[in-house]
Design a protein around this ligand. Structure first.
Ligand code: HEC
Length: 147
């Protein structure tokens, strides 16, 4: 084999490796990361002796608007996009009624959290935040692939 041919072969191998591990993140990635960050920020405030209501309000609003939009983050009717890195399970598309129900529970819990934050009622925020977590897990258990 000539040197030129060897380097062409090498480049083909490199391209194959890149294609395999270098898929772009799903378009949902940043949106879920934002939900995760907002949820953590609220949890961190609630651990403090004097939680900052403004921080809680901002993050509760962010979660609430994400929750309303979430069903639209899974477009198409057949399954997860093949060309992106995603943990979305095929069941999202196969069991749309169940997925919608899980998203609905989350949206209701997020709306309750936002109301409690808007009312400035820290005790109610604590209750609502505690009720939100299980709705994340409820959906992940059925519809998000484990890493
Ligand atoms: C109705 C379903 C559903 C609900 C409710 C839900 N998630 Fe998820 N979540 C998913 C799915 C599906 C994925 C995988 C998305 C993908 O990879 O395409 C995901 C991914 C994530 C990720 C990983 C993001 C990434 O790509 O690295 C985080 C973090 C996350 N969710 C946090 C949360 C938190 C926190 C809550 C609740 C406050 C929540 N989710 C509620 C379905 C849900």
């Amino acid at each position: 084999m000539t040197r030129a041919m060897t380097s062409v072969a090498m480049m083909a191998v490199l391209a194959a490796v890149t294609a395999c591990s270098g898929k772009p993140q799903s378009p949902r990635h940043d949106k879920f990361e934002a939900i995760g960050k907002a949820n953590k920020a609220i949890g961190a405030e609630l651990k403090k002796d004097a939680p900052d209501l403004a921080v809680i309000k901002t993050n509760a609003e962010s979660i609430d608007s994400s929750a309303k939009a979430l069903p639209s983050w899974f477009p198409g009717t057949t399954g997860p996009e093949p060309d992106v890195k995603t943990e979305a399970k095929a069941e999202i598309w196969q069991k749309p009624a169940e997925f919608k129900a899980a998203a609905g529970k989350f949206a209701a819990a997020a709306a309750a959290l936002k109301s409690a934050a808007d009312a400035g009622d820290i005790a109610a925020v604590k209750t609502a935040a505690a009720a939100l977590g299980p709705t994340c897990k409820g959906c992940h258990d059925s519809f998000r692939a484990k890493e």
